[in-house]
Design a protein. Sequence first.
Length: 79
Amino acid sequence: MPGLMATAEYVTKVHAVCTKTGNLAHYSHRKVKNDNVVLLGETEEYEPLSRAAYYKEILQEKVSKLEVKDVEEIPSKEK
């Protein structure tokens, strides 16, 4: 019969747990350096992270890519 829609009696929502904080994980963070758009994997390739842990991880990755060419000593303002 057209127009009928299946309905569920129960819905169970499953959440991942952040491996860093233990909070609910909202992000799946790729741990391996691979440029493929699609990468199949499990715990070696991905880890569930909370929002705070994800942004911290992304920031650490960006900082690790920075190159310091010349170190300049900043004079102190001591009198």
